[in-house]
Design a protein around this ligand. Sequence first.
Ligand SMILES: *Cc1c(COP(=O)(O)O)cnc(C)c1O
Length: 230
Amino acid sequence: MTITDRIKNVRLDLHDLCAKYHININELKLLAVSKTHPASAIQAAYESGITEFGESYLQEAVNKIQALQQLPITWHFIGPIQSNKTRQIAANFDWVQSVDRKKLLNRLNEQRPAQLAPLNTCIQINYFDEPQKKGVKIQQLSELLELACQLPNIKLRGLMAIPPKTDCFEKQLSQYLQIVSCFKNYQRDFPQMDTLSIGMSNDLEAAIAAGSTMIRIGTALFGPRESSSH
Ligand SMILES: *Cc1c(COP(=O)(O)O)cnc(C)c1O
C-alpha cells in the first residue's frame, strides 16, 4: 500500500469514528508521526494534505526539517528529552509534547530564539505511575503547569500521555477516560490548555471515544517501522 492509500484509509476511519462518537472532525487534530521514515515519505504525506508531523529522535528530525524547509510544515517533538538537547528543540520545532520537568521548561524558554513565536508546549504525564516511563507524576503536575504559564517563550497548550499498552478496547477506554477526566480538572485552573494529545495507531478508537483532541499516528499512515527498538 502506498502512503497516499494509507492516508486515505486513516481519513475514512477518522470520519467513521467521529460520526460514531458524535465528534466534530474539525476539532480532532491528526499528527503524523514520521520517526524513522525518510523525508520523501513526509513529502508524500504533505502532498496528500497532512501538515503536522511528529518526530522522536532529534538528529534524525533536524536533518529532515532542514531537507524539507521549503514546506510550511508544523513540527512537533514527541520523544524523550535529554537536557543537553533543548537548544536544538527550541530552535527547530513549533511544538514540544514531551516536557516532564522544570529544568526542561526553563531551558527551552531561555533557548527559544527571539524571532520565533513562543514554543507550543504539552506536558507529558505518567498518569499510571509506570516506573520505566517518561512523564511527570500527577502530584507534580500543578507546579509544572504553573511554571509553564509564567515563561514568556513557552505557550502552554495541554497534556500528552502514553498509557500502558494493551490490545483490550475496554481497558484502553478506561485508561483514556481517566486521563481525560484529569485533563478536564486541570483545565479549570489552566483554561489556556486546548490540547489533549492521546491516541496512537493501535488505540485510536478508544482515544477518540474518550475525548482526545490530537491523535499521534505513525504506523497506520506510514506502515511499520523497520527497527524493533523504534
Ligand atoms: C511512535 C510514537 C507514536 C506513533 O505510534 P504508532 O503506533 O506508530 O501510531 C505516537 N506517539 C509517540 C510519543 C510515539 O513515540
